[in-house]
Design a protein around this ligand. Structure first.
Ligand SMILES: C[S@@+](CC[C@H](N)C(=O)[O-])C[C@H]1O[C@@H](n2cnc3c(N)ncnc32)[C@H](O)[C@@H]1O
Ligand SMILES: Nc1nc2[nH]cc(C(=O)O)c2c(=O)[nH]1
Ligand code: SF4
Ligand SMILES: [Mg+2]
Length: 216
């Protein structure tokens, strides 16, 4: 949970934030396929732009802002609210490249909880009810994000990623949900994760269930 301090008074007028635009690759009503909320109906907003560039990223088309439409908070909130989803997931690309206060205020004003999927490598912004941190060596998380993380979800390809996972877990608050996620194109990572979780049951496994369900 994170709530940026001292900014809301600058955005008290609804007009202030409903007209703010974001580069959006896609937005869609689906089932959360990853993490502790797997299986729950949620409205995804995939912002465009990422400066981390993981070579195994499964949404490389999100990396450039150019070529994606700029949508207003009003448009995004309208779609999310009318979907009936109980919560929105702001993802990307790297969503924290953008000031998320206007978008999160808009979503929350419509009664949605706001979750984020982030590498944590840019400063926190906005009002976030659930922070899923997926830390990347390519651009490391900021120190601040560890004070607010709810769920640590580390993508695993090889055994060295387990040490990376533990190094990040050591910085998280007590009670943070710890999850290891196989890299989708690396089948051997599943055996690595299963063996590790059986030895270290404080960790759980996150699969990309949406890819099995064949939903976006
Ligand atoms: C596409 S990223 C977007 C949000 C943010 N940039 C991040 O990395 O958390 C969303 C989630 O998908 C994970 N992910 C991306 N490519 C993946 C892959 N090939 N296999 C498994 N997980 C992947 C990321 O680690 C992250 O947890
Ligand atoms: N269904 C579904 N669940 C997801 N959880 C995290 C995703 C992401 O790309 O951020 C994602 C996604 O792309 N689709
Ligand atoms: S940080 Fe996220 S969106 Fe960016 S390259 Fe890595 S997995 Fe893809
Ligand atoms: Mg995805």
């Amino acid at each position: 949970m994170f709530k940026v301090e001292n900014h809301t008074e600058t955005l008290t007028d609804t007009k202030d934030f409903m007209d703010v635009e974001y580069p959006v690759m896609e937005h869609f009503y689906t089932i959360q396929g990853e993490g502790a909320h797997t299986g729950r109906a949620s409205y995804f907003i995939r912002t465009a732009g990422c400066d981390v560039n993981c070579w195994w990223c499964d949404v490389k088309d999100s990396w450039e802002e150019e070529g994606h439409p700029r949508l207003t908070v009003k448009e995004l909130v309208y779609a999310a609210e009318n979907s009936g989803a109980p919560f929105a997931v702001i993802t990307g690309g790297e969503p924290l490249l953008h000031d998320l206060l206007p978008l999160t205020l808009g979503l929350k004003s419509a009664g949605l909880q706001v979750h984020i999927e982030t590498s944590g490598s840019s400063p926190l912004s906005g009002q976030l009810d659930w922070i899923t941190l997926s830390p990347k060596r390519f651009k490391k998380p900021t120190a601040e994000v560890f004070d607010y993380v709810d769920e640590l979800k580390v993508v695993v390809l090889t055994k060295k990623d387990l040490k990376w996972a533990e190094d990040n877990a050591a910085k998280c608050p007590e009670g943070t949900k710890l999850l290891l996620q196989p890299e989708w194109e690396t089948p051997k990572s599943i055996d690595i994760i299963v063996e590790y979780v059986k030895k270290h049951p404080e960790w759980g496994i996150s699969l990309q269930a949406h890819k099995f369900l064949k939903v976006p």
